[in-house]
Design a protein around this ligand. Structure first.
Ligand code: NAD
Length: 287
């Protein structure tokens, strides 16, 4: 039997609709229009596409969008000064620095991200937000893992009590997802490059999340029959060809539900960013 295909488009549309309603409420009840500033340094073509997409989605939902394009030659101090100015700007509720930064300042990425006011940290990467997530008091949570949870909820897939396996332990996806799934009472295993018998561990997952960045790492024999498979991977294998981490054709014959790439959970990331901008505006109203 073929798996249920979880199409990101329909879930992303629902999340955006709910963000739009919240934007309208904030305007009506508090006279506040949420604002997002995205800083892009240099001319990485993939980053430019992502930033354009964020800008477009803000405009669709009535969120103020400021794209701060800085040259490749920007120094760390210039970037920090720009973040300080946005931290002080009352019309901006969310700030994000598009990664990766140019090679000359890449080594300072952590210091740069940590300069963002935690209440405006809509990527959820600031240590204060990471700490809150770990202790079970989440404030602003990274968008991609939050999108995975939202997709499971909207698809009506139970998390409580399930065995969940995540392949990947990055700060952006694997680690925050561990805490989100654990908070929802799943029993979670996190796999990484040193995991032995990956196939055997993966097969334990009733929910299997692949976030390794390795095309076709997850083959059909690694999937428990009937499992929900969320493929977070976005891997460019040819100029116009994107694939995930999962061998989709094989997996869909074994899984109970699966996300495609492209068109799967990746589409929820920008939608969750919009929710975070609204949440940031609320947090700043309460502060
Ligand atoms: P990363 O390179 O920082 O981390 C990859 C993780 O996978 C590491 O923890 C590593 O230990 C693990 N891993 C790699 N190869 C493995 C193997 N053979 N066996 C077991 N574990 C292995 O990557 P990331 O930033 O977490 O991103 C992961 C993937 O998700 C990438 O394809 C990325 O493009 C995609 N991604 C998508 C979105 C989105 O949908 N919007 C957002 C972020 C990342």
């Amino acid at each position: 039997m073929s798996a249920r295909i979880l199409q990101g488009k329909e879930f992303a549309a629902k999340i955006k609709e709910s963000a739009r309603t919240e934007v309208e409420e904030l305007k009506k009840n508090f006279g506040v229009t949420p604002g997002l500033a995205v800083i892009i340094v240099g001319e990485n073509p993939a980053s430019q596409v992502y930033v354009r997409n964020k800008h477009k989605t803000c405009e669709e939902l009535g969120i103020i969008s400021e794209v701060v394009a800085m040259p490749e030659t920007t120094t760390k101090d210039e970037l920090l000064a720009r973040i300080d100015a946005l931290n002080a700007d009352k019309n901006i509720h969310g700030i994000l620095v598009q990664l990766p930064l140019p090679d000359a300042i890449k080594a300072h990425s952590e210091e740069i991200l940590n300069r963002i006011n935690p209440l405006k940290d809509v990527d959820g990467f600031h240590p204060e937000n990471v700490g809150k997530l770990v202790i079970g008091s989440p404030a602003l949570v990274p968008c991609t893992p939050a999108g995975c949870i939202e997709m499971l909820d909207l698809a009506g897939i139970e998390i409580d009590g399930k065995r969940a396996v995540i392949i990947g332990r990055s700060n952006i996806v694997g680690k925050p997802l561990l805490h989100l799934l654990m908070a929802r009472h799943a029993t979670v295993t996190v796999c990484h490059t040193h995991t032995k018998n990956l196939a055997e561990v993966a097969r334990e997952g009733e929910i299997l999340v692949a976030a390794s960045g390795k095309p076709n790492l997850v083959t059909g024999d690694m999937i428990r029959p009937g499992a929900t498979v969320i493929d977070v991977g976005i891997n460019r294998i040819a100029p116009k060809k994107l694939v995930g981490d999962v061998d989709f054709e094989a997996a869909k014959e074994i899984a109970g539900a699966i996300t495609p790439v492209p068109g799967g959970v990746g589409l929820l990331t920008v939608a969750m960013l919009m929710k975070n901008v609204v949440k940031a505006a609320r947090l700043q109203l309460e502060a």
